[in-house]
Design a binder for this molecule. Structure first.
Ligand code: PFF
Length: 443
């Protein structure tokens, strides 16, 4: 008999937790910089296509596998296939989770520094024209390493608090507040002089700009942002109760996640154009633009401190979810205590995270396939491992999973409009795998 798993207590708790995983630096830091670097509207169009046509079916597929098996990714593949032949998918996803956790914690660390600098008033004293140099000098030194370590230590502390209490309670309070703050900043950005230009950049696709690298970037961003392709949502679904509606939860998660990314874009690009900044600034974009936005408002330090603090918390709900993949794997497969698994994960991420943090300065000349360590970790996980994981999960659930299990899981003890399950199955069997393969071949 399988041991009964702890379960999420409420519907709101389920949504808050899946959205908590999905919404994070991916939406507020990575989306604007990827969109900025890939031509704005063209990127946005591809991104939305991947979210709705592939993303929602793949989240649903992860939910189905995880809940039916009551297990994380490795156990779920074994349970549904009856053999160990799919173990490689789990190893790849565990690798991706570690890589993401490492570079993500570095950016979360930058966010902590900015929270701190807002509170001390330092950030407000920097002139707009000096922000670029200021940020450069910060990330090329050692301070990001200490912040990254601090962030991972907090992550570990929350994880040790257990599934329900730690994650659920925090997400419940946090997410609505973040939405409200984003809305306020949105209105502020829409009042800027070049708001129209910024919005046109983001929403008006230049079709000739849709190149294979834009499409690959958008696909990677969609997977990264939804936390799919590496069994993260699968692990969470193993804690769902039998009545949690799978398709509804998947759709709500995708909609809210996309909303946050679009809001972040609406905040950033009007400002980028109004201040005459470069939309192609890459990972630094948001950190250079946002403070200039905040400090234009009365009470700038308060806004800035609040925003960066919430971003740290949003990052935390995301890192907790990627950590769960690794921890569930160690606990389920090796019967290691949760505490020990958490310590192993944290130490490993601290070592790899240091390499990522230093790759903006002291070790910037070390490259992997022409990319710095930070960029290589990001590219390999988001643009390669997650889409491959998503493709395998779609094919597995679409073709291999027992039909009865699939349909009853999708229906979740309730009524599902009759056209929904076939649409999801068609996407899982054909559309998602073919699109992912086509993007890989083209690029
Ligand atoms: N979706 C998160 C974000 O957008 O910030 C990042 C993420 C979380 C990726 C969990 C992967 C994952 F397993």
């Amino acid at each position: 008999m399988m041991a009964r798993r702890v379960q999420f207590t409420t519907r709101i708790g389920v949504i808050a937790t899946t959205v908590g995983s999905a919404v994070g630096l991916g939406n507020i830091w990575r989306f604007p910089y990827e969109a900025g670097a890939h031509g704005g509207g063209a990127f946005m169009l591809c991104y939305l296509f991947f979210i709705f046509i592939i993303g929602i079916p793949v989240i649903s597929a992860e939910f189905v596998m995880g809940r039916a098996a009551h297990s994380g990714i490795m156990g779920a593949f074994r349970y549904h296939s009856g053999n160990h032949r799919w173990d490689w998918v789990s190893y790849a996803s565990i690798l991706a989770a570690i890589l993401i956790l490492s570079f993500y914690s570095v950016v979360a660390g930058w966010t902590m520094e900015y929270t701190f600098d807002s509170v001390t008033g330092h950030l407000g004293n920097v002139a707009d024209s000096a922000r670029h140099a200021e940020f450069d000098s910060f990330i090329s030194g050692w301070r990001p390493v200490w912040w990254m370590i601090a962030f991972l230590a907090i992550n570990a502390a929350v994880l040790l608090g257990g599934v329900q209490k730690g994650i659920e309670r925090m997400s419940n309070i946090l997410m609505p507040l973040l939405f409200v703050i984003l809305l306020v900043f949105c209105v502020n950005s829409l009042l800027m002089p070049a708001a129209g230009e910024g919005l046109a950049f983001l929403f008006k696709p230049d079709f000739s700009a849709i190149t294979p690298s834009v499409v690959l970037g958008a696909m990677g961003q969609a997977f990264f942002s939804l936390s799919i392709g590496l069994g993260c949502m699968m692990t969470y679904a193993s804690y769902f109760s039998d009545s949690t509606p799978i398709v509804k939860t998947a759709t709500t998660t995708a909609l809210l996640d996309t909303l946050v990314a679009v809001l972040a874009g609406i905040i950033i690009f009007p400002a980028v154009f109004s201040f005459g900044m470069q939309s192609e600034a890459g990972p630094k974009l948001v950190f250079e633009v946002l403070p200039s936005i905040f400090y234009r408002l009365p009470g700038g330090s308060v806004w800035s401190a609040m925003f960066f603090f919430l971003l740290v918390l949003a990052s935390l709900t995301s890192t907790i979810s990627m950590s769960e993949i690794f921890i569930a794997f160690l606990c389920d497969e090796f019967k290691i205590a949760r505490r020990k698994a958490t310590v192993i994960l944290t130490l490993l991420a601290m070592v790899l995270g240091s390499l990522c943090a230093l790759s903006f300065g002291p070790i910037s000349d070390i490259t992997i396939f022409g990319k710095t360590i930070f960029n290589a970790f990001d590219y390999a996980s988001s643009n390669i491992i997650l889409p491959i994981g998503g493709m395998v999960i779609s094919l597995f659930v679409g073709w291999r999973l027992d039909r009865h299990t699939l349909l009853s899981q999708l229906a979740s003890n309730g009524r599902l409009p009759s056209w929904i399950a076939p649409c999801i199955i068609i996407s899982l069997r054909y559309i998602a795998p073919i699109c992912i393969l086509a993007v890989f071949l083209a690029s």
